[in-house]
Design a protein around this ligand. Structure first.
Ligand SMILES: [Cu+2]
Length: 115
């Protein structure tokens, strides 16, 4: 084999393997999404508490991307599934939280301090 043959051989192998690599990635993607849905920690978004209303259980969160809701980062008010969730946090807390869309209403179902 001269060097030109080696290079050509390498290119052929790369060309032959790349559709396989694409195929492997494509078939892996739906499985990954399925995992993210069943894995609760994968649904946790990052945020910082801006305001807590313990009377109504509403909390204002400056949040990062919320993947399960398809929402980019912003500051907004969330209701909580249980008022005890709002009691666990205070303004300025860095948190991880899970939010769901329940009939168009965004509700925080889980909250944890982000250390
Ligand atoms: Cu938002």
């Amino acid at each position: 084999m001269n060097s030109k043959t080696v290079v050509l051989f390498g290119v052929l192998i790369a060309a032959a393997l790349s559709p396989l690599a694409v195929l492997a990635q494509t078939s892996a993607t739906p499985a990954k999404q399925g995992d993210a849905k069943s894995d609760q920690s994968g649904d946790m978004a990052q945020g910082e508490i801006q305001k807590v209303d313990t009377d109504t259980g509403r909390i204002t969160i400056k949040h990062g991307e919320i993947k399960n809701l398809g929402m980019p980062g912003m500051t907004m008010v969330f209701a909580t599934k249980d008022k005890s969730i709002a009691d666990k946090v205070k303004t300025g807390d860095k948190i991880r939280f899970k939010a769901v869309n329940e009939n168009g209403k965004l509700i925080v179902t889980e909250i944890a301090q982000d250390k």
